[in-house]
Design a protein around this ligand. Structure first.
Ligand code: KIV
Length: 272
């Protein structure tokens, strides 16, 4: 059984993540959307918990991340924050909550911080949303960027395939990463881009780069339900599956059904 030993039990801060990059220490991040999972992740020593808008797919069964609302993200983030002592908690700003203008973006970012108690927010995009990023930072809210495959723009892309293989898109991504760093973001998630481009960004940018399907970076993030093997039929190349909880849970539930139907459960010791 692999048990990770935490070398620093203090609450993880955005500043600590930047120090970790300077010291060459890798950052481990996973998504969580509820109290029970977040409690386990925090106790296991995870550095960062992302309350991702992938909750739209994973928790609500939507096909994309677009339908999830501010109220739903706040519900998920609040539950995660209640469970967390050490990990830094980042909450995704949902689609539509920051794209209209900076004023709306700041108001929604403030609402997320106030109503959830999370430590930071994440939003998708570079140059197009840089004024909003700056305005949110000016309100004192730490911002994590997200470039590469940005699922809130899936209807524009039309595909979940690897991004920035073309030089022009790679150049834009690098420019966007510099813009986000200069604006004052504390980290950037890079999703599904070539490893060579990710290595270039990691080398040029002083804030932590957290990869998902981007090869080696300053840290990694995965959707928890995918890496725990709870989801079926999603097997992208970048996904390492650490458990087969789908089978574990199916077996456990099968045993329960058998025990109930055979009157084996509850037995005398399980009865008042
Ligand atoms: O919402 C999410 O899960 C994310 C990760 C894929 C980085 O943004």
């Amino acid at each position: 059984m692999a048990v990770y030993t935490i070398d620093d039990s203090r609450k993880v801060t955005t500043l600590r993540l930047i120090e970790m990059k300077r010291q060459g220490k890798k950052i481990a991040m996973l998504t969580a959307y509820d109290y029970t999972m977040a409690r386990i992740f925090d106790a296991a020593g995870l550095d960062v918990i992302l309350v991702g808008d992938s909750a739209s797919n994973v928790m609500a069964g939507n096909y994309t991340t677009l339908p999830i609302s501010m109220d739903e993200m706040i519900y998920h983030a609040r539950s995660v924050v209640r469970a967390t002592n050490r990990a830094l908690v980042i909450c995704d700003m949902p689609f539509g909550s920051y794209q209209v203008n900076a004023t709306e973006g700041v108001a929604n970012a403030i609402r997320i911080m106030k109503e959830t108690g999370c430590d930071a927010i994440k939003l998708e995009g570079g140059e197009e949303i840089i004024d909003t990023v700056k305005a949110i930072l000016a309100a004192g809210i730490p911002v994590c960027g997200h470039l590469g495959l940005t699922p809130q723009s899936i209807n524009k892309f039309g595909t979940y395939t690897v991004r920035a293989r073309e030089q022009a898109e790679a150049d834009k991504l690098l420019r966007d990463a510099h813009l986000l760093e200069e604006a004052g973001c504390f980290a950037i998630v890079l999703e599904k881009i070539p490893a060579k481009l990710c290595a270039k960004v990691c080398g040029e940018i002083s804030i932590p780069i957290i990869g998902i399907g981007a090869g080696p970076a300053d840290g990694q993030v995965l959707v928890a339900q995918d890496m725990l093997g709870m989801t079926r039929g999603f097997t992208p190349k970048f996904l390492r599956q650490y458990a087969d909880l789908y089978s574990v849970m199916t077996d456990a539930i099968g045993s329960y059904i058998t025990d109930v139907k055979s009157c084996d459960f509850p037995n005398e010791s399980e009865t008042y």
